[in-house]
Design a protein around this ligand. Structure first.
Ligand code: SAH
Ligand code: SF4
Length: 382
């Protein structure tokens, strides 16, 4: 099998070229052809010697993903569904704004974390994406958009790892993909324009701080462990106190940065004034100075199997006001691409094996709405 060059960051590509007996600067040329010009065949690479192009043709390939559907929203949002084989598909979403173009990228087919309010979580986990499959979403979208919008400059200015999957549960494939996005010979994104969103995989947050400290978003969704255990099952492994300490360690590597806390507003579940006040106390307990964090309140995007509802606008505003009055920077996310189901948590490419997933989620929902505590003090679920 030939090597897919989308799997390599620049160092990886240089090592590959060395194995072919080529110098590092050849790797840089090749990398630029692929990621700055969107080349998909070696014939196009006119400044590479013919002998090298022939060598590449027998040892390597540039293999993107096939888009099996493309939907455009009235607000300019575009959602692609990519085939990743074996009946699995992942989605990427482009969100244009006045001063930027953001691509939301997937890291896994499905997700093993199983958050109650997330349709990807309801699918269960299929598999990790390869580095090349993560990069391919950006590669495809960027060069499609340049053609579509008749632009020669860069269209995608920001990437958020907020599509399907938990990026920090696919760490080894994620980091080289981030490096391709950051590389000046690649997509040249700055650290602050590249965001990894995590449900709180504490050990991997520490590794990311060392290896590739990009902007970090943490999906909090609850101010205390009892509630978060239920919404984000990973909390049982890494509870809030550990998560907050990990945020502090992360910021120690990126001193001028802040953590973005995402908080999905669920009607009657986590949207009461006392939850907001608890969040204020939590931030005050852990914040080490300056603008330590920002809150991004996300109106829940409903999907039938969740059994949850979006908080009314007034309640979201009242919640935001409590945080703002306490001096915490807070924004309410606009929903985009509603008409094409491209909003957060609605990303749900088909996965092959759904066996048991709906049953598991239904059981969890029952526990959430009617907590049954046995005499041993354990919930019904355990
Ligand atoms: N697994 C990572 C990144 C992907 S999810 C994480 O959980 O952070 C990206 C964001 O969308 C997360 O903050 C997630 O909590 C949020 N989200 C998931 N389902 C949602 C829904 N139905 N409505 C609104 N936001 C949702
Ligand atoms: Fe996975 Fe994130 Fe969805 Fe939770 S919110 S199930 S971590 S993709």
């Amino acid at each position: 099998m030939t090597a897919n060059l989308l799997d390599f960051d620049l160092d990886g590509l240089a090592a590959f070229c060395e194995r072919l007996g080529e110098k590092r600067f050849r790797a840089t040329q090749l990398f630029r052809w692929i990621h700055q010009k969107g080349a998909s065949s070696f014939d196009q690479m006119s400044d590479l010697a013919k002998s090298l192009r022939e060598k590449l043709a027998t040892t390597a390939r540039i293999q993107g993903l096939e888009a099996i559907s493309q939907q455009m929203s009235a607000d300019g949002t575009i959602k692609w569904l990519f085939d990743v084989g074996d009946g699995n598909a992942v989605e990427a979403v482009f969100i244009p704004e006045d001063d930027r173009g953001t691509l939301c990228v997937s890291s896994q087919a499905g997700c093993a974390v199983g958050c109650r309010f997330c349709s990807t979580g309801h699918q269960g986990f299929s598999r990790n994406l390869k580095t090349g499959e993560i990069v391919a979403q950006l590669w495809f979208a960027e060069f499609f958009l340049r053609q579509h919008l008749k632009r020669s400059d860069r269209v995608i200015t920001n990437v958020v790892m907020m599509g399907m999957g938990e990026p920090l549960q696919n760490y080894d494939e994620l980091v080289p993909a981030l490096r391709v996005m950051l590389d000046d010979h690649g997509y040249g994104l700055s650290r602050r324009r590249l965001t990894v969103s995590t449900s709180g995989v504490v050990p991997m947050m520490d590794r990311l701080a060392q290896d590739c400290p990009v902007a970090l978003a943490v999906s909090l969704h609850a101010p205390n462990d009892a509630l978060r255990d239920n919404l984000v099952p990973l909390n049982r492994k890494y509870p809030i106190a550990e998560l907050m300490e990990a945020c502090n360690r992360y910021l120690a590597h990126a001193p001028r940065d802040f953590i973005t806390f995402e908080y999905c507003m669920l009607d009657g579940v986590n949207d009461q004034p006392e939850h907001a006040r608890e969040l204020v106390a939590l931030v005050r307990k852990y914040a080490t100075g300056g603008v330590w964090c920002k809150f991004n309140l996300i109106p829940f995007n409903p999907f039938p199997a969740s059994g949850l509802k979006r908080s009314p606008v007034e309640r979201v505003q009242a919640f935001a006001k409590i945080l703002l009055d306490a001096g915490i920077v807070t924004t309410v996310r606009k929903t985009r691409g509603d008409d094409i189901d491209a909003a957060c948590g609605q990303l749900a490419g088909d996965v092959k094996d759904r066996t048991g997933v709906d049953e598991r989620m239904a059981r969890q929902r029952k526990v959430m709405l009617h907590p049954v505590v046995t005499l041993a003090g354990k919930s019904e679920e355990t």
